[in-house]
Write a protein that binds this ligand. Structure first.
Ligand code: ADP
Length: 420
């Protein structure tokens, strides 16, 4: 195995796995740390998906270190810590604490911090993260239910999460190419800097950063910075081209959409699906808390729908989210919805549903755990960062796991045409 990655949520893992797969690597994604005998001889990159973005920092560190040990035991030559392209974290972490622990584990003096994903309009300039034409702190991410992002300055955001020194490689240096970026790494290391936020506003920037990072024991970032990594292994003669190898047909069976994301794009996608006539069921968190809505109720509704693909969603606008969080508590609401959607998915799978489209990173983690799916093979891309996947363990299922803000407005409608 060449690259071992640890992702702090499931949809992020899939996004990274897709990037590596498109770069010609044979990629398997595993939910949690692989247990027992795992045959990964034919695999170039293993992406371990944790659900560690919003759990207590100590637990996130412990799980990430267990994953790092497993990846090293499997022979990974380089480690990658994947977080969201909007740097989703709280003041206490978990990006800083996990990165600190992984730097120690890899015995590395320095790593980069690069969540940029220009294809999805996440760019970094002068250390500031932009979502489209807005600073992160002005974007809808300021109202995220679990990780509201109110500062766009990544040097400052990470600085609040770690005791180590954080520096910046500005775009003017990145634009000069890989050699200049590499020289900046060397200079920073001699200045005692452990983290370098690296500006990137285009894929050309990401490719230069990827090339410059060939010798780093640990890379941290979004999926974008992985664009340039397969080429490093190819240049060393370690990687054959394997594009298009992983196409298994989707299993026959019924389809369902489960949306637990409140992100702006998911709310648009819900609206578009309803406008197009998909039958929809809105989950009310207050009804769950009052014991008036159970997974059985939702499953009964789904079963009563005709051949069209039903949509079950809890997506709500920021004002409604804030109101319900005030009443019930932020974590409690999130967990109750995730639990319900997971239970619905498991019951539907028992009834022969085989195709699941899930919106939301945390939500996808909950659904995949409830379905008992551990390993996923990466299939064709639906929209940037979101492929169809098929399960390699447990029952045969096709899963599209979408980070809340990813995909075009018609994602819920068009995804089905891209099933292999
Ligand atoms: P995203 O990918 O957009 O970040 P996630 O699934 O990761 O989506 O996170 C959304 C969180 O918000 C989940 O914990 C989910 O259960 C919670 N949530 C969903 N709907 C509501 C709602 N109506 N009110 C409050 N919280 C909600």
């Amino acid at each position: 195995m060449l690259l071992g990655a640890i992702a702090d949520d499931l949809t992020g893992a899939t996004d990274l796995a897709l990037t590596l797969s498109r770069g010609g690597m044979r990629v398997v994604q595993w939910t949690g740390v692989p247990q027992g005998q795992v045959d990964l001889r034919e695999v170039d990159a293993l992406v371990i998906a944790l659900k560690s973005r919003t759990i207590p920092a100590g637990e996130a560190v412990a799980q990430s270190l267990t994953a790092a040990h497993a990846l090293r035991d499997l022979g990974a030559r380089q480690l990658f810590f994947k977080y969201c392209s909007t740097f989703d974290s709280t003041k206490d972490g978990n990006i800083g604490p996990v990165a600190d622990a992984l730097l120690d584990f890899a015995d590395a003096p320095l790593t980069i911090v690069c969540p940029a994903f220009p294809t999805n309009k996440r760019t970094i300039y002068q250390g500031h993260l932009f979502v489209g034409d807005q600073l992160l702190s002005d974007s809808p991410m300021k109202d995220h239910p679990l990780t509201p992002m109110r500062d766009a300055n990544l040097v400052r955001v990470l600085g609040a999460q770690t005791k180590r020194k954080v520096g910046l490689v500005p775009q003017a240096v990145v634009a000069q190419g890989a050699a200049a970026v590499k020289a900046a790494y060397a200079q920073a290391q001699s200045d005692g800097i452990s983290y370098l936020v690296v500006d990137a506003i285009s894929d050309a920037d990401l490719l230069a950063i990827g090339t410059a990072s060939a010798d780093l024991a640990l890379i941290t970032g979004g999926s974008g910075v992985a664009l340039g990594l397969p080429q490093n292994f190819r240049a060393l003669g370690l990687l054959q081209d394997n594009t298009g190898g992983m196409r298994t047909p989707a299993p026959a069976g019924r389809a369902i959409i489960l949306a637990g994301s409140c992100s702006a794009m998911t709310r648009q996608q819900v609206a578009a699906a309803k406008t197009a006539g998909l039958p929809s069921f809105q989950i009310d968190p207050l009804a769950i808390a009052a014991g008036k809505l159970s997974p059985d109720d939702v499953v009964e509704w789904v079963a009563s729908q005709d051949a069209k693909t039903p949509l079950v969603y809890s997506s709500a606008d920021p004002a409604d989210v804030a109101t319900v969080q005030e009443k019930l508590g932020r974590a409690a609401v999130g967990e109750s919805i995730e639990h319900l959607l997971g239970a619905v998915a498991a019951q539907l799978a028992d009834q022969g549903f085989t195709r699941f489209l899930v919106a939301g990173g945390e939500t996808s983690g909950a659904v995949v755990a409830a379905l008992g799916v551990e390993a996923l093979r990466i299939g064709p891309e639906i929209d940037p960062g979101v492929p169809w996947t098929t399960s390699l363990t447990g029952r045969g299922l096709a899963l599209a796991l979408k980070s809340g803000n990813f995909g075009a407005p018609d994602f819920f409608l068009k995804a089905w045409n891209k099933l292999p």
